[in-house]
Design a protein around this ligand. Structure first.
Ligand code: AMP
Length: 278
C-alpha cells in the first residue's frame, strides 16, 4: 500500500494504475462505515484509492476542526488490511495554497437541513471533492447514505459539471443497537451514547407509520419529535425533515422515496441520521 502526501505524487501514481479505480474520500478516524465503502470500492474496481483529509473549508469558525478525532496509524492499518492500493493524505497547505480562491457552489439543495445550520459547509465539501476527483481521476467514487444531503449535492455537482465518474451510494452501517457509526460518536459520554439511539428509534417510528399507511408528513414529524423529546439527553433538535429525496424540498404528503432526516444535539456532538421511505 502506497501512502502519498503530495498532489504531484498522487497524480503520478494514478497514471501508473491500469483498469478501473474506486475512490473513497474520508476525513479519517475510520470505522466500519468507512470500511464498508472501501470494500465496495475494492470489489467493483481493479484498484482502490482512499483519501484522508480533514477538510478545513467545510468547518464553520465555531466547529470542531481543531479537535476533530485523528488516528492515522490505526487508519493505515485498517486500510492495509482491506488491500487498498493507495492512501492519499495531503496537508491543508497542499490542498489550499496561499491565496487559494476557487470554489464550487451548488445552489438550492445546499440551502436547507445541514446547509441551513452550516452555511459554508457544502461549498467546502463540493470544492474538496472536485479537487480530489481531478487529482485521483476515479472511475467510481463511494459515498455513505449516512450523509444523505452530501450525496444529493455531490451527485448534482457531478451531473451538472459533466464530470467523468460515477457516484455510488453505500447503505449506512450501524452499531448493534441502531446508532449510525460516526467518527464523532467518540465525543459521547456513556449515558449520552445510550441516549443517542433515540435518532434511530425516531426513524424506525417514521418507517412504521408510513408502512401502516400514514402519508401526512406533519403527523409523522410530530410523532418523531415527541419521541425525541422523551429522551432527556437530547438537548436540541436541529431539524426533523421529510423531504423529496432529489430536491430536498419539504413534503406535506409523504410519497415513495421520501427522505426522512434529522439532526439532534446529544451532549457535545450534533448527530445526524436518515432513512428513505420505500
Ligand atoms: P467522513 O470521514 O465522516 O467524511 O466520511 C467519509 C465517508 O464515509 C462519507 O461518504 C460518509 O457518508 C461515509 N460514512 C460515514 N459514516 C458512515 C456509516 N455509518 N455508514 C456508511 N458510510 C458512512
Amino acid at each position: 500500500m502506497k501512502v502519498i502526501e503530495t498532489i504531484s505524487g498522487m497524480k503520478k501514481a494514478r497514471q501508473e494504475l491500469g483498469g478501473t479505480v474506486g475512490f473513497v474520500p474520508t476525513m479519517g478516524y475510520l470505522h466500519e462505515g468507512h470500511i464498508s465503502l472501501v470494500r465496495y470500492a475494492k470489489s467493483e474496481n481493479t484498484h482502490a484509492v482512499v483519501s484522508i483529509f480533514v477538510n478545513p473549508t467545510q468547518f464553520g469558525p465555531t466547529e470542531d476542526l481543531a479537535t476533530y478525532p485523528r488516528d492515522i496509524p490505526s487508519d493505515l492499518a485498517m486500510l492495509e488490511e482491506c488491500g487498498v492500493d493507495i492512501v492519499f493524505i495531503p496537508t491543508p497547505r497542499e490542498m489550499y495554497p496561499r491565496r487559494y480562491s476557487t470554489w464550487v457552489d451548488v445552489k438550492k439543495v445546499t440551502e436547507q437541513l445541514e446547509g441551513a445550520i452550516r452555511p459554508e459547509h457544502f461549498r467546502g465539501v463540493a470544492t474538496v471533492c472536485n479537487k480530489l476527483f481531478n487529482i485521483v481521476r476515479p472511475t467510481k467514487a463511494y459515498f455513505g447514505q449516512k450523509d444523505a444531503q452530501q450525496v444529493v449535492v455531490i451527485k448534482k455537482m457531478v451531473a451538472e459539471l459533466n464530470m467523468n465518474l460515477e457516484i455510488i451510494v453505500v447503505p449506512t452501517v450501524r452499531e448493534p443497537d441502531g446508532l449510525a457509526m460516526s467518527s464523532r460518536n467518540v465525543y459521547l459520554k456513556p449515558d449520552e451514547r445510550q441516549g443517542a439511539c433515540v435518532l434511530y428509534h425516531a426513524l424506525k417510528l417514521a418507517e412504521k407509520m408510513w408502512k401502516q399507511g400514514e402519508t401526512d408528513a406533519h403527523r409523522i414529524r410530530q410523532a418523531m419529535i415527541k419521541l425525541i423529546e422523551e429522551e432527556p439527553l437530547a438537548e436540541v433538535i436541529s431539524y426533523v425533515s421529510i423531504a423529496d429525496g432529489d430536491t430536498l424540498e419539504e413534503r406535506h404528503e409523504v410519497k415513495h422515496g421520501a427522505l426522512v432526516s434529522l439532526a439532534v444535539k446529544i451532549g457535545k456532538p450534533r448527530l445526524i441520521d436518515n432513512t428513505v421511505l420505500e
